[in-house]
Design a protein around this ligand. Structure first.
Ligand code: HEM
Length: 542
């Protein structure tokens, strides 16, 4: 027995040696990563304990990335606390990385990223799961049908009804009372995903003065996920704020659990058979088994989150840019008028907005693309993990185990990639479709001929960049096999909401918002969004 009588320091030494031995492979891998990336430039401002987390505000990290790209180049390393991260904001290298994702050399990060509280495998979904995972493939392929053009055409009338409902609420406010456009746009996209995705009416757009708890809880939950991503210590915090966020998380899960249980008890109706929920409920794995209840909760959650925050904020930013740019707005009014869609004293009852209008309103499309270039809502989410050592065409070595960030914001605004007047809102640049592509320096042709664009072919899970295809300098919906699954829904929802609100109201910035720069207005949480709303005066056109 005496042999086991250790003094405290001997015991600590033993524990230390044991821990070190167990952790040896991770420590070795960690050191290999540092050695491999040591020659990459790093922006200034890192401190020993926090790394570069001390040098930027996490809620404006996209700006830090933009500054760093300008000061040290498009590929650089930085440290978030102890974690080394490499940021790539060269469109050709990004294109290579997205291509490497096809054969598994690049993957989604290890921990459930972005939209969960990091509780491990139990919170995985189609967004966070690795591309090689059979469930990712099953869900990705199985739900793609819900976003097929033919299907969305049949659902479009729901979107129109939801926007109409919102318009009635805004009208009731009158022309003098400021309306928070960011809030109403969120209500719209929340209801659209509820109805189109899950056959449920959450009625957020019904009474625009009524706080919608579910929707607020989801937003807060997302915010907490991002804080945890930024600050690895946060999960250990016992602060009141953090504990109340934990309770909120459980409540959100409760709501989603109830929704799943309801769907399990009462499967989607014939009308909703082609909704996202309809497809999720019908999925069967290779053993003929349906998705588990827990997995359904995760999938329902991610579709709610990915579908509502992104779309709503895109609508809000587009309306904000239009209100700031009277010539662009006037041109949109002309386009709507020419299509017989604009309300005016001369035409107080124009025809209804239809699905077929979306493809014809070319200037509207240019304005939305330009807003998505300047304020890409997904600016926080393109994170990857290097699985096998790879070398990029510029010689950069990416070692296995390295965390990567494929910056959007810095690419979309960097004049080095051919953007003229990059910080200006110029929808006319999108009159030239080739603007989307970068004229590459490493032998990748940038002509758009034969390029798989952002059309329906990207719904295929095996679509995406292949050797010889073109590098994009504009990819708000991501690229490659992990591109946005719901982009077709966004591509009908955003134009419908922007066009219908514009046809109904002449919108000008209210005093709360007027005169503020975009840096003052924005905040980077799960999405790049307005910090305290965007207030406008909405004057009915007729
Ligand atoms: C303007 C609107 C939207 C934008 C800008 C956007 C952007 C993105 C981006 C950039 C990604 C890729 C993230 C990455 O590579 O790590 C993504 C993935 C995803 N999006 Fe969207 N999104 C939008 C709307 C939607 C909608 C409406 C839905 C569904 C209803 C949706 C569902 C998803 C899902 C499920 C993924 C994960 C796909 C996968 O990893 O296989 N998104 N989105």
């Amino acid at each position: 027995m005496d042999a086991w009588n250790f003094s405290p320091w001997q015991a600590s030494l033993l524990v230390g040696v044991a821990t070190l031995t167990i952790k040896m492979p991770s420590i070795y891998r960690y050191l290999c990563v540092w050695i491999a990336i040591r020659r990459l430039p790093a922006p200034p401002g890192a401190t020993l304990l926090m790394g570069h987390a001390a040098a930027y505000s996490p809620l404006a990290k996209h700006r830090f990335e933009e500054r760093s790209t300008k000061s040290v180049g498009p590929v650089y390393r930085y440290r978030n606390y102890w974690k080394p991260i490499v940021v790539v904001s060269d469109p050709v290298l990004q294109h290579e990385i997205f291509t490497l994702e096809r054969d598994g050399a690049i993957e989604k990060p290890d921990q459930p990223n972005g939209f969960s509280h990091g509780k491990g495998k139990s919170e995985m979904n189609v967004f966070s799961e690795k591309s090689g995972d059979p469930l990712w493939k099953l869900v990705r392929k199985g739900t793609a049908q819900a976003f097929a053009a033919q299907n969305l055409r049949t659902y479009h009338h729901h979107i129109v009804d939801i926007v109409d409902r919102l318009i009635s609420g805004v009208k009731q406010k009158g022309a003098r009372q400021p309306v928070n456009i960011a809030d109403i746009a969120q209500r719209e996209s929340f209801d659209v995903i509820g109805k189109v995705g899950f056959g449920r009416d959450f009625a957020a757009s019904k009474d625009i003065d009524n706080p919608v708890n579910t929707f607020q809880m989801l937003t807060d939950d997302l915010e907490e996920s991002v804080y945890r991503l930024i600050n690895p210590w946060r999960k250990y915090s016992r602060s009141q704020e953090k504990l109340s966020r934990d309770r909120n998380h459980e409540n959100v899960r409760g709501i989603l659990r109830d929704l799943v249980d309801e769907c399990l008890k009462r499967p989607p109706s014939a009308e909703d058979a082609n909704s996202i929920a309809g497809h999720l409920m019908r999925l069967r794995d290779s053993n003929g088994q349906p998705l588990s209840r827990e997995r359904l909760i995760e999938e329902f959650t991610i579709f709610f989150i990915a579908g509502s925050e992104t779309t709503g904020h895109t609508v809000a930013w587009t309306l904000w840019f239009l209100a700031q740019n009277p010539p662009a707005l006037a041109k949109l009014e002309e386009e709507l008028d020419a299509a017989g869609l604009l309300k005016s004293p001369q035409n107080p009852n124009p025809r209804s907005f239809s699905y077929g209008d979306i493809g014809k309103l070319h200037w509207l499309d240019c304005c939305i693309k330009e807003a998505m270039r300047l304020q890409p809502v997904a600016a926080n989410s393109l994170r990857r993990l290097v699985v096998r050592d790879v070398q990029l065409s510029d010689g950069t070595l990416l070692p296995a185990g390295l965390a990567l960030e494929l910056a959007q914001f810095s690419v979309f605004r960097n004049p080095a990639w051919g953007w003229e007047d990059p910080n200006a809102f110029k929808p006319e640049r999108w009159e030239h479709p080739e603007e989307e592509y970068y004229v590459a320096k490493h032998g990748l042709d940038a002509s758009p001929d034969g390029v798989k664009g952002s059309g329906s072919e990207e719904l295929e899970i095996d679509a995406g960049p292949k050797g010889g295809s073109k590098a994009k300098k504009m990819h708000p919906f991501g690229q490659g096999i992990r591109n946005c699954l719901g982009q077709q829904l966004a591509k009908i929802n955003v134009p419908t909401a922007v066009a219908m609100l514009t046809r109904e109201f002449h919108m000008t910035l209210a005093s709360q918002t007027a005169g503020k720069s975009v840096e003052e207005l924005e905040v980077l949480k799960a999405t790049l969004q307005p910090r305290d709303g965007i207030y406008m005066l909405c004057k009915a056109r007729a």
